[in-house]
Design a protein. Structure first.
Length: 193
């Protein structure tokens, strides 16, 4: 696979990088993304690819379940840097269909770390389950998972607003927060919040 990546890089150099020096040249000495994208690590949901963004336009934080953990140093540094230093104007939390993290909320795990991490999304499941009846068939279960995926985006936006840099930037009108959802089945990205 690494050889394939290196070949892919040669293609990138020839077909993209060398053909657009006005774009890539300035990126060698600094970045000025307009958006902080908080998305899932899922390999099927590549932010630049699904949005048509170019290198340097999106500052990306990806993790299992597009989660905004409360009191996480790694996440806090990404957020603080994006808001206070890069001066992003928008923060996106993007959920997606067929999310393994959302599916895992319903299952016991012997993993050491994944269940602890998913506790950051458990409230989304509780909220949806409190509003709907227990699914009776696979179609209803699929709808339930989608509702939890949507609710998880909303929950993570709530978590995002607990961070002081975001609260200040939003209050001052320097940043807007958006909830997006990517449907793997049809390739559509839409705003849900």
């Amino acid at each position: 696979m690494i050889d394939r990546f290196l070949e892919g890089n040669k293609h990138f150099l020839e077909e993209d990088f060398r053909k657009d020096p006005d774009h890539y040249g300035p990126l060698a000495s600094g970045q000025h993304p307009e958006v902080l994208w908080i998305g899932c690590s899922d390999s099927r949901v590549n932010p630049e690819r699904i949005t048509g963004a170019k290198a340097g336009e999106i500052f990306v934080q990806r993790n299992i379940g597009n989660i905004v953990p409360v009191h996480d140093w790694n996440f806090a540094t990404v957020l603080e840097y994006a808001v206070n230093h890069l001066k992003v104007a928008d923060i996106v939390i993007c959920g997606h269909s067929d999310c393994g993290a959302i599916k895992a909320l319903d299952h016991e795990s012997k993993d050491a770390y994944v269940p602890l991490w998913l506790n950051n999304a458990m409230e989304a499941k509780r909220r949806v389950d409190a509003k709907i009846q227990v699914p009776k068939n696979s179609e209803e279960e699929k709808l339930r998972r989608r509702l939890i995926e949507f609710e998880n985006v909303a929950l993570q936006i709530e978590h995002l607003r607990t961070y002081p840099p975001v609260r200040a930037a939003e209050k001052e009108g320097r940043v807007q927060i958006h909830g997006l959802y990517f449907d793997l089945a049809n390739g559509e990205l839409k705003k849900i919040l």
